[in-house]
Design a protein around this ligand. Sequence first.
Ligand code: ZN
Length: 195
Amino acid sequence: MQFHPLEMGIEVSGRAVYSTLVGLNNLRLPKEKDLLGFTNSETGIIALDLDKWYSQEIWLKVFEMIAVMYGDAILFKIGFAIPDNAEFPILPESMENAIKTIDVAYHLNHKKNGEIMYDKDTGNMQEGIGHYGCKKIEGYNLIIAECTNPYPCSFDKGILTAMAKKIKGNAIAIHDESKPCRKNGAESCTYIISW
Ligand SMILES: [Zn+2]
């Protein structure tokens, strides 16, 4: 379900939080709420240490406040900006590998028990934050991306769309309405990427 951590004690990188908040551009942040310490309560300006790691549980609460204030269109927009604002591995040439790097970047930006959840040397990924799935349909320009992470539906659609468009300008990502949706309390959302 969106905004509910799958496990407690997970941390998210300041850089990942910043790259999300920066996608709000000039939109006003709810300064009266202080965004649980992510913004200066006087000015509403983002007050983040990019090199610090923050509680994912608190970050998801902040994210939920943003979602309630601004709605799905803005969540899509900040998701769309993520591949440009966040640190990603080098962009591969194929659509399949590009979509796969989302899950790698996702795990690189989270820590469990003080350890980054993707080991660049071994390629090992720790479980605990769900995934950005990627299943290529052979013979077609189609990828099924099942997202089982606690981030919001429209935000993930934005990330997937932006990443796909980096490889092929005409690519689109649609939400598979025949599948469950995290907005309705489900564990996952499924998107169909075509180009
Ligand atoms: Zn959904």
